[in-house]
Write a protein that binds this ligand. Structure first.
Ligand code: SF4
Ligand code: SF4
Length: 428
């Protein structure tokens, strides 16, 4: 199977803040009905199930490590761009061709069901219904019911603005187990990015309607220059709202994002500071927290734990002890609205297309996935970094900064690996 470099800039998922790359749902959805099996090693255990199976066991640390390393490359999370259509045109959306109607290439209901059957041949991942705006699809609840009926755990990633009381009830009735809503700043900061005055209030209204019907709702927030000054308030706001989780995403320069990247990308040192702060507040355990598409968070976590003299176990660090930085192509993937399969929604290197091949074959045999599953193939400082197996750096940021070479070093990490420091010292 060949890998195809796609011309950048259109027809790839990003959906910043909703339904995006690695673990927008932390591979964890409340109330999964299949919580049993072998600790850490069950081929279909979600991270939450595995966590509960192992957390009080005598070898929780070892089992957490095994789960994290995922040596069999079990498929754990699939983001599916249910439609390219959306009711908003956010400044940082991965899509250039956002449509205000459904796109003609969107998978039909029948194709969607076949796609879901195909996923089941490869594993039992959590399926995240993303977009565009998934609530734009009139048959979204039929699709959700089909997937949940087949035993998949299904989550919904939405901008929240289309959630009325009726829609909230339908979400609940369809078997969806968690919803994420994107809030990219407070009030006007969010509205400005969404290019729609009042969209913050609309999203909050949607959030509350979902809460009323008993849906666990998490907040996804893309951190960039426009809102980094609000990061503490964003955290407090998530707690005050009663969100089940706050996932912060670090901007990846992709899609329309490319045009704003220069202005909006955080300086690597600021990036480091935000992740360090996030590690500290995560210890408060006031809300589930996750730094997503910020792989070096897992390096920072280890550095800090070492300084604190504590071991990283599921008891001390929760599910963060069981996952690692970039999971693109090794535990997660993204399926576009027209059936293309990518490692994640930000890395525009196509692994295959479900219209042409079985998903299982793509997952098991694509060259791009094989590359991403091999940390020894990493280049630059990531290649010599002692944290590479728990971090791997963001392959998408490497792609954009290094002329399409997604195995190159992560450009937004300030860390100097020990081997590099040694080389520098020798050269000095
Ligand atoms: S390549 Fe980057 S954006 Fe994609 S999953 Fe990895 S860390 Fe996230
Ligand atoms: S150098 Fe690369 S692998 Fe090491 S911590 Fe930084 S991003 Fe991660």
């Amino acid at each position: 199977m060949t890998e195809h470099k796609k011309p950048f800039g259109h027809d790839h998922h990003q959906g910043h803040g909703h339904g995006r790359g690695e673990g927008g749902f932390n591979q964890k959805v409340a109330g999964h009905p299949h919580g049993h099996g072998h600790p850490g090693g069950h081929p279909h255990a979600t991270i939450k199930e595995a966590f509960h199976q192992m957390k009080d066991g005598p070898d929780a640390k070892g089992q957490a490590h095994q789960y994290m390393m995922n040596r069999q490359n079990q498929l754990r999370l699939v983001f599916w761009e249910t439609t390219a259509g959306c009711n908003l045109e956010c400044a940082h959306c991965r899509r250039i061709d956002v449509a205000s109607t459904l796109m003609k290439n969107d998978l039909t209901f029948e194709q969607s069901c076949r796609m879901i059957d195909g996923l089941l041949e490869a594993g039992k991942p959590i399926l995240v219904l993303s977009g565009g705006e998934p609530l734009f699809r009139p048959d979204i609840f039929d699709i959700a019911k089909y997937a949940t009926g087949k035993g998949l755990t299904v989550a919904l990633a939405t901008n929240g603005t289309l959630v009325t009381p009726e829609v909230a009830q339908k979400v609940k009735d369809s078997g969806i187990q968690r919803v994420s809503i994107s809030l990219d700043g407070l009030g006007e900061t969010h509205d400005k990015l969404r290019k729609l005055p009042g969209s913050y209030d609309m999203a909050i209204r949607g959030f509350k309607e979902l809460q009323k019907v008993g849906m666990p709702v998490q907040i996804n927030c893309t951190i960039a220059r426009h809102n980094v000054h609000q990061v503490k308030e964003i955290y407090q706001n998530a707690i005050d709202l009663g969100a089940v989780a706050l996932h912060i995403f670090m901007l990846v320069p992709v899609g329309c994002g490319v045009t704003i990247a220069e202005d909006q990308m955080l300086d690597p040192q600021v990036y480091e500071d935000v992740l360090s702060w996030f590690y500290e507040v995560s210890k408060e355990k006031k809300i589930e927290t996750k730094a997503t598409c910020a792989p070096h968070y897992f390096r920072i976590m280890r550095q800090k734990a070492k300084e604190e003299g504590i071991q990283i176990t599921p008891q001390t660090h929760g599910m963060a002890a069981m996952t690692k930085g970039c999971l693109a192509g090794s535990a997660i993937c993204f399926i576009s609205h027209k059936g293309e399969v990518f490692p994640c929604g930000y890395l525009p290197v196509e692994a295959g297309n479900i219209h042409k091949e079985k998903f299982k074959d793509i997952w098991e045999s694509s060259t791009v996935f094989a590359n991403l599953r091999n940390p020894d193939a990493l280049k630059g400082k990531c290649g010599i970094c002692e944290y590479k197996k728990v971090c791997e750096g963001c392959r998408a940021r490497a792609y954009y900064e290094k002329n399409g070479d997604y195995m190159e070093e992560e450009p937004y990490c300030i860390y100097e690996p020990v081997k590099m420091a040694g080389r520098n010292a020798q050269g000095a």
